[in-house]
Ligand binder design. Structure first.
Ligand code: KIV
Ligand code: ZN
Length: 512
């Protein structure tokens, strides 16, 4: 048994299935490049057959990212598998990930298939996939709620057909660590050819145990691949969090005895990039990447840490990239320093023109804000990429008046399909008035289901980052906007959400 644990990141596939977390091709490419710098072993870049947009994302990631294996998800049918193979054609190292549900509930109610039919489909799909790619993963969806006898039969057969990784998902987050570990151990012991495949865990977080279950699958069950996402992003309560599982394996090497490839110094940058791209804010007390993860408020703790850091700290903040959270640039910084910082943050821009445009925005921001933090740069670059998407709506300017005892009033100028337009409205507060001003012209009728403001770097001098979640005709989208003026940030976030609502991309959900 190898002592290396494979880290399979599915932020761009399972993570993107969170309502409102959908990402553009450029955003996915940027995250994929950072995952490569993080030295993730396998990047699940999407689900090729779910939409043309997803197909193109996988294709461009496969062309650009060379150090990680690039994976595409497929249902267990020839069309999906062929589409994955096509999208992955340019990859240095490619994997096709085939999934099929095996629990009695899913087979009967969702697939309307008998166990024998599921067995046949699993075997024939792996036979087909194996002819197109040497690296094939098979996932038994809702595996943990499946009958172990049936799973043994299916897994033994798909390994015989050439599946190289066997994944046992806890699709609905129902498992308990010890039971999940034993479940995998038992399968591996009973299946005669189990040593011909790498065993993998994929846990959802519905009961808050995705990381604990994954670690038990590794320690007790002998799994050597963990499927996870940055910040634990994912459907419902999310997936196993990459940063937590990696730091647990590293910090408790005495217990796990395993190595991971991950270059942990990029963890915080990856967390911020995913949060800023999707608008899913990281809670301050989140392990490893939360703003308070290394903060000590009580006097006794502060005193202890100053005397000997390991009195209250089990990891070093700089090992996960917190040391990089320093003032990096200001008004006098030049283009080269800006470009280098972008590279350090894992942001690769396609052309000199794109860098120039981002640098101009950086200078504009530096005129209004003395200290520019990494988060500011990432927010600015997100705006830059968003602008490059040829969006329907773009922010131009805003003026608003609010005074105690008066109803606030706002005027917003923005572009709609290339033409400059203006909306005007009153509202309960300046933000409400500004968003109503935009809506007075757009008439989207979308329902706002979430509005949140976050100070990007912790003080009132920092930029405000606003997330607006809109819902319309069954679609949920998140828009993100950043600016030192939170009313402007709100208007930008609202326009960004409207742009996402306008984009036509419809996807087939993996668990659908
Ligand atoms: O949760 C799940 O079962 C999945 C599969 C598609 C692997 O995401
Ligand atoms: Zn999943």
């Amino acid at each position: 048994m190898t002592d290396k644990l494979i880290i399979f990141d599915t932020t761009l596939r399972d993570g993107e299935q969170s309502p409102g977390a959908s990402m553009t091709k450029d955003e996915k490419l940027r995250i994929a490049r950072l995952l490569e710098r993080l030295k993730v072993d396998v990047i699940e870049a999407g689900f090729a057959a779910s939409s043309n947009g997803d197909f193109e994302c996988i294709r461009s990631i496969a062309g650009a990212v060379k150090d990680s294996t690039i994976c595409s998800l497929s249902r267990a049918n020839d069309r999906d598998i062929a589409r994955s193979a096509e999208a992955l054609a340019g990859a240095n190292s490619a994997r096709i990930h085939v999934f099929l549900a095996t629990s009695p509930l899913h087979m009967e109610k969702k697939l309307r298939m008998t166990p024998d039919q599921v067995f046949e489909q699993a075997v024939s799909s792996i036979r087909f996939a194996r002819n197109l790619c040497g690296d094939i993963e098979f996932s038994a969806e809702d595996g943990y709620r499946s009958d172990p006898d049936f799973l043994c039969r299916v897994f033994e057969a798909v390994i015989k057909e050439g599946a190289t990784t066997i994944n046992v998902p806890d699709t609905v987050g129902y498992a308990i660590p010890e039971l999940y570990g034993d479940f995998i151990k038992n399968l591996r012991e009973r299946i005669p050819n189990s040593d011909k495949a790498i065993w993998s865990v994929h846990c959802h977080n519905d009961l808050g145990m995705a990381v604990a279950n994954s670690l038990a699958g590794v320690k007790i069950g002998g799994a050597r691949q963990v499927e996870c996402t940055i910040n634990g992003l994912g459907e419902r309560a999310g997936n196993c969090s990459l940063e937590e599982v990696v730091m647990a394996i590293k910090t408790r090497k005495d217990y796990f005895g395993l190595d991971v490839n991950i270059d942990t110094q990029h963890i915080v940058a990856a967390s911020r990039m995913v949060s800023q791209t999707t608008g899913f804010v990281v809670q301050p007390n989140k392990a490893v990447v939360g703003a308070n993860a290394f903060a000590h408020a009580s006097g006794i703790h502060q005193d202890g840490v100053l005397k000997a850091r390991d009195t209250y700290e089990i990891m070093r903040a700089e090992d996960v990239g917190w040391a990089a959270n320093k003032i990096v640039l200001g008004k006098l910084s030049g283009r080269n320093a800006f470009k280098q910082r972008l590279q350090e943050l894992g942001v690769q821009m396609e052309s000199e023109g794109e860098i120039n445009a981002a640098f101009t925005r950086f200078k504009e921001l530096a005129d209004r804000k003395s200290d520019i933090f990494d988060e500011d740069i990432l927010a600015l670059v997100s705006d830059e990429h968003a602008g490059a998407q040829k969006d329907s709506f773009g922010f131009v300017s805003l003026s608003q008046h609010s005074e105690t005892g008066e109803r606030p009033h706002a005027k917003v100028v923005f572009t709609a399909e290339g033409k400059e337009v203006q909306g005007e409205s009153d509202g309960n507060g300046p933000v409400d008035a500004s968003l109503k001003a935009i809506e007075s012209h757009v008439n989207s009728g979308a329902e706002m289901v979430l509005y949140s403001v976050n100070a990007i770097s912790g003080s009132t001098e920092s930029q405000g980052e606003v997330t607006v979640r809109l819902q319309s005709n069954g679609r949920v989208v998140n828009g993100v906007g950043a600016d030192p003026d939170i009313v402007v940030a709100s208007a930008k976030a609202y326009l960004s959400a409207l742009n996402k609502l306008q984009s036509k991309s419809e996807r087939v959900a993996a668990q659908g």
